[in-house]
Design a binder for this molecule. Sequence first.
Ligand SMILES: Cc1ncc(COP(=O)(O)O)c(C=O)c1O
Length: 357
Amino acid sequence: MDKKVDLKVDRKAPAPTPHWAYLDGRVVPYRQASFGLLTHALNYGTGLFAGLRGYWNADERQLFVFRPEDHFRRFCESARLLRMELSVTPADLTSGLLELLRAEGYRENCYIRPLAFYGDESIGVRLHGLTPVVGMAAVPFGSYLGKEDGVHVAISSWTRVSDNVIPARGKFAGSYVNSALARTDAVLAGFDEALLLNDHGHVCEGSVENVFMLRNGSVVTPPVTDDVLEGFTRATVIHLLREDMGRTVVERSIDRTELYLADEVFLTGTGAEITPVTRADHRAIGEGRIGPVAAELRARYMDTVGGRVSKYRGWCRPVYAATGERAAVTAGALAENGTGVLRHGDPAEELPARRAP
Ligand SMILES: Cc1ncc(COP(=O)(O)O)c(C=O)c1O
């Protein structure tokens, strides 16, 4: 069986190491953001994270981050579910993120990973009496699933964690063992991605994506009460389908066999963007090719996130000053404050290229 399985995706060279990290309000050299073996979150999964993308718009020479404050609002909600008291707001986190990206000076698409976790080095499973750490790092990033022609999904034998096990609407580090089990089993069996069912046997979501199907003319996606993550791509896609493509979108539970009979299926997520599903469990979806709705939606979505749709520019946060020609890196501040770290509000100085710490 292994001979047939293409594991290249999982064995590809690791993403480049970032130069900088955001750590509790400061931008520090990436290697300085290191933690010990007994770190609570490392042992018990008591952390949460977000995933955002930055899109390089070559015409404007600008890097746009898509819906950062929305992502950070969900991040803060996940923190509340873990009884974490964060001293930062979504607005603080957004400005910390922009500062981090300016320090990196990326002029290409990138992925941003914010996380908050209990950083205490102590034994004992609990959520109380612990101290959170907030960090962020960003790396250059391309396509997540790496399949432009659509993916073949497997209905996983793993069930999606339900709200009364680990809340699915929180993005908790520990819950991703569930996604990892499903994804790896699917890839090892020759599929591209897993689709998980929930406790009730309804189609829930991919390992890191929400799912939509087109059936009898309507676009259908599971409701947020079906143990799915309340994805921003999901929300963006529902908006684009309704407002720009005139489609009816229904939020209701989906049976596994409805999926087999759908005209189109697609996955949505910050990482996966809009990924059409062309086969499920060795059955062709529709004609087994990317359908017209997914194709149009994908084009509209990529224009939207790239800052090319004026009415949606409000969702796209520019990283650089208007010219976008040079990264505003706070090297001058580094020299000035003499601490080796950058602080919010330090004066920015322009550098021509990414600056290594
Ligand atoms: C389990 C799960 N579902 C859905 C999504 C899609 O969410 P978003 O569109 O906010 O990236 C993700 C994203 O990481 C995820 O992990």
